[in-house]
Design a protein around this ligand. Structure first.
Ligand code: ADP
Length: 507
């Protein structure tokens, strides 16, 4: 059948993409139209389970029911049903690990969340046995409890019968994307996409396959693993209330944000300023091996073509603002920090190093602790507030410079999102310290947009990346205004402040 162009346009304008954004603390669903506008959205928090210090779990049934519930609510808001949904896109908290029964769909245990540290000892042991170079070569990751592999191993070793059942092929492992798709498809499809697979520590970046040598090393049966699919292709059809709707896009949350920020070209970087801060640099069709212990990861795979990224994260970003609010009580709300910090022209030599839980890339010092240095008799809370914002921006600048040195590309622009990116002063400080423009998009929903676009491209809802790139618009661009000698002097001061914070804890 040939549909006249105008007919096709009408058809498309009456349909939507449903984005499921399954985060660490809440499930969200957003219904977007062809113009990228929101037509319905709903969000619900769910229970965080802390069985022991350092352990974090979620109830898989609640993950699914909350996610399904908000999806239905988003459709109801727009007053439409499944017939009006052209495709579903999924973006999810990464690394969180689930195992369930292939027949009954029953989880064998709670989901072990990415933050969970119960497998740190096992990871130390792998490192001591000298496996780090092999694992980094194959997966692009450092050995850490953060990734799924050691969590799978824990479930196999600690939950009764799980290993035996896994060996018989009765069980399925998945990250949250897999679980949602399995539930959405009524148990028909057990898949994950390459971005989520690249966070398991079992996926070979070069062959794009699960790696048998790593599976043997970690003693994980292959029969547990999902089929790996691209980030933008129809990989399942929904059953039940969403009957027939194709699941057509999947990406881990940070990768989805990179796509939603339209960082499609090598050299483009996004930074999300939340509680912590996550940076991804698009490195094109080559996985770049980091010399600074950044992670090498898959940005997406579209039409068989893989795009890679370098990833770095800062543990404490917006969290230092929460600390000033809740612990020091020098501000009453997070946004108040901007006015307070702007009430002084500079920090009067004060530096805040927010190393509350050690320092991540590129410093990697788990014994570092937070410090406020350079105090003089005239230093006041405004100087400390300003220095705290600088402390966020300096940590990010350190990662960017590690990314530049690993990849050999010089940053031309930083695209930003997340709660703390609303702080104009912080963004200006960031531009000043980087010496390059910082750009905040008009639509801050970059994660949801990424999942939406990946799904929409797969079903022809949008014809190509150029078309969606036109929907990306600038809210504000921050141009560096600091002279080079001052920038260098501030940077040198930060380096000295870091030295004071380093290697503090002796235990
Ligand atoms: P997450 O997804 O990690 O929960 P959000 O993207 O919602 O984070 O951002 C919340 C974080 O941003 C909090 O740590 C908060 O302190 C910080 N934040 C929010 N608004 C501002 C602001 N105007 N200035 C600085 N930090 C802010």
């Amino acid at each position: 059948m040939i549909v006249p162009a105008t007919g096709l346009a009408n058809l498309i304008s009456m349909t939507y993409i449903l984005a499921l954004d399954q985060g660490t603390t809440s499930s969200r669903a957003v219904l977007l139209g062809h113009d990228g506008r929101v037509h319905g959205s709903a969000q619900t928090p769910f229970k965080q389970i802390f069985p022991k210090p350092g352990w974090v779990e979620h109830d898989p049934v609640e993950i699914w029911s909350s996610q399904f519930g908000v999806a239905m609510e988003a459709l109801a808001q727009a007053n439409v049903n499944a017939d009006s949904v052209a495709a579903i896109g999924i973006t999810n908290q990464r690394e969180t690990t689930l195992i369930w029964d292939r027949k009954t769909g029953e989880p064998v245990y709670n989901a072990i969340v990415w933050q969970d540290r119960r497998t740190s000892g096992f990871c130390d042991q792998l490192r001591e046995e000298g496996h780090e170079p092999l694992i980094q070569d194959k997966t692009g990751l450092v050995i850490d409890a953060y990734f799924s592999a050691s969590k799978i191993r824990w479930l196999l070793d600690n939950v009764p019968n799980v290993r035996a059942r896994a060996q018989k092929g009765e069980l399925a492992f998945g990250t949250v994307d897999s679980w949602l798709i399995w539930k959405l498809s009524g148990g028909d499809r057990h898949v994950t996409d390459v971005t989520n697979a690249s966070r398991t520590m079992l996926f070979n970046l070069h062959t794009q396959q699960w790696d048998d040598e790593l599976l043997a090393l970690l003693d994980i049966p292959r029969a547990l693993l999902p089929e790996v699919v691209g980030s933008s292709e129809v990989c399942a059809k929904a059953a039940g209330a969403l009957q027939g709707v194709p699941v057509a896009g999947i990406a881990g949350d940070q990768q989805a944000a990179l796509f939603g920020q339209m960082c499609m070209q090598p050299g483009m970087v996004k930074c999300t300023y939340g509680t912590g801060s996550f940076m991804l640099l698009n490195t094109g069709d080559k996985p770049v091996r980091s010399r600074n212990k950044l992670l090498t990861t898959i940005a997406w795979r579209i039409g068989g073509k893989v795009t890679y990224a370098l990833e770095g994260s800062v543990f404490i970003a917006g969290a230092v603002v929460q600390w000033l609010r809740d612990e020091l009580q020098i501000i009453r709300s997070a946004p108040e920090i901007e006015e307070l910090a702007a009430s002084v022209p500079d920090t009067a030599g004060v530096y805040v190093v927010p190393a509350f839980s050690g320092l991540g890339a590129p410093h990697w010092d788990q014994y570092a602790r937070g410090a406020i240095v350079g105090l003089t008799r005239g230093a006041n809370r405004a100087h400390i507030a300003r220095a705290a914002l600088e402390g966020i921006a300096f940590q990010i600048a350190d990662i960017i410079s590690a990314m530049e040195s690993d990849s050999g590309v010089q940053l031309k622009e930083l695209r930003v999102d997340g709660g703390a990116s609303r702080n104009n002063l912080l963004m200006q400080i960031q531009a000043d310290l980087l010496g390059c423009p910082v750009t905040r998009p008009a639509n801050p929903e970059t994660t949801v947009l990424g999942a939406t676009y990946l799904a929409g491209l797969a079903v022809g809802y949008w014809p190509d990346e150029q078309t969606i790139a036109k929907q990306w618009a600038v809210d504000r661009r921050f141009i560096p205004a600091l002279d080079e000698p001052t920038r260098r002097a501030r940077q040198a001061g930060w380096t000295r402040a870091l030295d004071r914070a380093r290697n503090w804890e002796t235990a």
